[in-house]
Design a protein around this ligand. Structure first.
Ligand code: NDP
Length: 331
């Protein structure tokens, strides 16, 4: 098996040289285990948090051990009762070409007619994140005006389309002209986040003179400050991510107008997908699965090819060079 490791916890934006490709002979399968040839690897912004060496809601990556992450592959050997050679499964043994795991650590693919890698994106963890954040955390209503940051990404692009299809007025932020055109083509008013908080505020006031009821927060920084200024009383902010902060070597000051949470009686709630999706998986697949399968929800993928490119794919997330879900395709 070939796999990536890190030998130190980086400060700031990681350098490409942080990631070392190692080789290891896998031991024979134990009873209950399966060996999987990975076909698709997921890279996700949260992995940066696992490289910081401190426990958040998840343990940090162990130094000099295979990194972990979402992956999809085919079972090539099995000593498990029900999982058979040839079965396709999703699991957390990513950042490597061949994974060896206990059968209870892998999930067969749901029976929905989509390309398999969709189960790492729009019908996988990022899709569930969009859905729980909007429906369960923000308790979205069709009368809401919704702001979504990183709106053309894996999470944001599903959140934006779900909100739009519910009848909400949706404003999305994205960092490139191409991404904003894609949003506009889906009925979503698009704004550029590469501006000062004051400029973003102005753009938001033009796009939503009626104010914002729900902010689906993915980035933090000036976007959050601008959003706080245009939120309506009793608005809800579902804090999904703050990617603008993940590479900060030292914490920067928070929004100057944070007291708006009080004066506007806002509800601001952070959430982690795997806690909220429990017990709702079937509802998610039933609601979102058919929309994806018949094309009512559009999803995009950006892929790097070959295991060697996994760190490049990961680092691209912080440059915003991905459109939709960032993936690595293996041979
Ligand atoms: P995306 O596909 O959205 O990729 C990340 C995008 O973030 C980039 O394409 C870029 O888009 C934008 N971005 C990068 N750096 C900055 C910055 N400094 N300021 C503003 N935007 C930036 O990734 P995901 O959809 O996988 O994740 C989106 C968010 O959701 C992340 O914050 C992630 O941590 C969070 N998340 C949270 C989960 C939870 O359980 N709470 C689960 C999964 C994801 P652009 O071109 O627009 O700049």
């Amino acid at each position: 098996s070939r796999y990536f490791t890190i030998s130190e916890y980086p400060e700031g934006l990681p350098e490409r040289s942080l990631f070392q490709l190692e080789t290891q002979e896998l031991p024979e399968l134990k009873e209950g285990e399966v060996r999987i040839r990975n076909q698709w690897l997921s890279v996700d912004p949260y992995m940066r948090g696992r490289m910081s060496g401190v426990k958040t809601y998840v343990e940090p990556f162990e130094l000099n051990k295979p990194l972990q992450g979402g992956a999809l592959g085919k079972i090539i050997e099995s000593r498990h009762q029900t999982l058979k050679e040839g079965d396709r499964v999703v699991h957390m043994g990513g950042w490597r070409d061949v994974a060896q795991l206990s059968g209870d650590q892998v999930q067969p693919l749901p029976d929905i007619d989509v390309p398999p890698q969709a189960f790492l994106g729009v019908l996988g963890m990022p899709g569930m994140t969009a859905w729980v954040g909007l429906t369960l955390v923000a308790e979205l209503k069709s009368s809401d005006t919704v702001l979504i940051s990183a709106a053309s990404g894996a999470v944001g692009s599903l959140a934006a389309q779900l909100a739009s299809q519910k009848g909400c007025t949706v404003i999305g932020s994205a960092g490139s002209q191409e991404k904003r055109e894609w949003l506009e083509a889906h009925g979503i008013k698009a704004i550029d986040h590469h501006q000062s908080a004051d400029e973003i505020k102005k753009a938001l006031k033009e796009a939503a003179p009626q104010g914002i009821d729900v902010y689906y927060e993915n980035v933090g920084g000036p976007m959050l400050e601008a959003a706080l200024d245009v939120m309506n009383d009793f608005g809800r902010i579902a804090v999904c991510g703050m990617i603008s902060r993940y590479n900060e070597a030292a914490p920067s000051a928070g929004p100057a107008n944070i007291s708006a949470v009080l004066t506007k009686r806002l509800r601001m709630q952070g959430f982690i997908v795997y806690e909220w999706i429990k017990g709702h998986e079937q509802a998610f697949y039933q609601q979102v699965g058919p929309l994806v399968a018949d094309g009512r929800i559009e999803y995009r993928e950006t892929m790097e090819e070959g295991l060697e490119r996994t760190p490049d794919a990961f680092l691209a997330l912080f440059e915003g060079s991905n459109q939709g879900k960032m993936l690595v395709k293996l041979d």
